[in-house]
Design a protein around this ligand. Structure first.
Ligand SMILES: Cc1ncc(COP(=O)(O)O)c(C=O)c1O
Length: 380
């Protein structure tokens, strides 16, 4: 047995199911648990779907529609000033299948991949199910939840690993690495011979500056991205990878056998979405307002919140003024107040019992209602 970490449930899904059951009984619920925007995609995305329905909707090439891969290549030139050959781009079913392809193409069973703790829980579950070992590197609120090159060096000395997977902006903390910080991490990985995987799914949702892609430093790393969050397309299951030369063919062969291709309809929709960044930036501005209201409200209620939480759409709040068991706390808060939030155990199996993740991807009204409902609950 390579992994000591068993596969765990996604507690957020269980909170969500409980919230939906309450709603079915007629209760009102403020959904601050789910990491997805409530908004629809841009109208042109829906129009593209209608138009594509006129044509036969067969499989596409395993790496995706050539037009979408070319458009993504152009996206990197536009947004990041880097040239990416469309041959290196593989369209996937959300970033989730991108992780599977990356891990299978890049690592052998028994090798190890490091991730941050707290971090997105599926990383550990996918790696474990592929029999790839995991190393968790703790990050702390004292450093704005940011991973540093020094943390990586220290963890590598304790137990070496072949890969490092980092998300910036991060889930659940919202931490964003600036150019120097990301650059230092990449230099450190290159020096140690560690393959760097950059999860850029929250790009576009940065409230303090521009997005920095790992591609701006070198072409040797793996980029994972998705249309789920910024483009409001979680249920469409569409994303992409940018791969270094040595992984392209293996990932393509894996994609042929595991998935055949991503959904054709979703690929046509994604192509249209890339031209609608002005509209999506307006949605981002709305999250920016939500972010401040939620952060101020949580601090006023007595939660601990590290600054800065500069991206994504989450506040990862220290609830130890109220409880040492946020699993029980979240269930009770939902039952008694109708406020749904995610227990930190989803993201951190060691210290998560002290934390709660609140999502601000919903409406300002639901955030304000949630804060009002929590006030008397927390005083009890
Ligand atoms: C950091 C991070 N990466 C990847 C994903 C997976 O998203 P999808 O498969 O919808 O692209 C999520 C979803 O919440 C996430 O938070």
């Amino acid at each position: 047995m390579i992994n000591e970490n068993p596969i765990r449930p996604f507690y957020v899904m269980e909170i969500m199911a409980r919230a939906q059951a309450l709603e079915a009984q007629g209760r009102s619920v403020c959904h601050l648990e789910i990491g997805e925007p409530g908004d629809r995609p841009a109208q042109s995305v829906l129009d593209a779907v209608h138009t594509s329905l006129e044509r036969p909707m067969g499989y596409t090439a395993a790496k995706g529609l050539p037009a979408l891969r070319e458009r993504l290549s152009h996206y990197y030139a536009q947004q990041h000033g880097v040239e990416v050959n469309a041959e290196r781009i593989v369209v996937t079913m959300g970033s989730s299948s991108g992780f599977i392809l990356t891990f299978l193409a890049a690592f052998a069973p028994g090798q190890r991949v490091a991730v941050t703790r707290p971090g997105y829980p599926a990383y550990l579950n996918i790696l474990t199910s592929l029999n790839i070992g995991t190393v968790e590197i703790p990050v702390s609120p004292a450093n704005g939840w940011k991973l540093t090159a020094a943390d990586i060096e220290a963890a590598y000395k304790r137990s070496p690993f072949e890969g490092l997977l980092v998300a910036s902006p991060a889930n659940p903390t919202g931490a964003v690495l600036d150019r120097d910080e990301l650059g230092a991490i990449i230099v450190c990985c290159d020096r140690l011979g560690v393959r760097f995987i950059s999860d850029e799914i929250y790009h576009g949702l940065n409230y303090v500056g521009g997005d920095i892609s790992a591609l701006e430093f070198s072409q040797g790393h793996v980029i994972v991205n998705s249309f789920s969050k910024y483009y409001c397309m979680t249920g469409w299951r569409i994303g992409w990878l940018v791969l270094p030369e040595d992984l392209i063919r293996r990932a393509e062969m894996m994609a042929q056998s595991l998935f055949i291709s991503a959904s054709s309809i979703a690929q046509h929709a994604a192509l249209a979405a890339l031209d609608e960044r002005d509209e999506y930036d307006l949605k981002r501005d709305r999250y920016a307002q939500n972010r401040l209201v939620l952060a101020n409200g949580l601090k006023e209620l007595g939660f601990g919140l590290a600054d800065p939480s500069d991206g994504a759409f989450y506040a990862y709040a220290d609830a130890s003024a109220f409880t040492n068991d946020t699993m029980e706390f979240c269930v009770r808060m939902l039952d008694e107040t109708g406020v749904a939030a995610t227990p930190g155990l989803d993201f951190d199996r060691t210290d998560g019992h002290k934390y709660v993740r609140f999502s601000y991807a919903g409406t300002l009204e639901s955030i304000e209602t949630a804060l009002n409902r929590m006030r008397p609950f927390l005083r009890r």
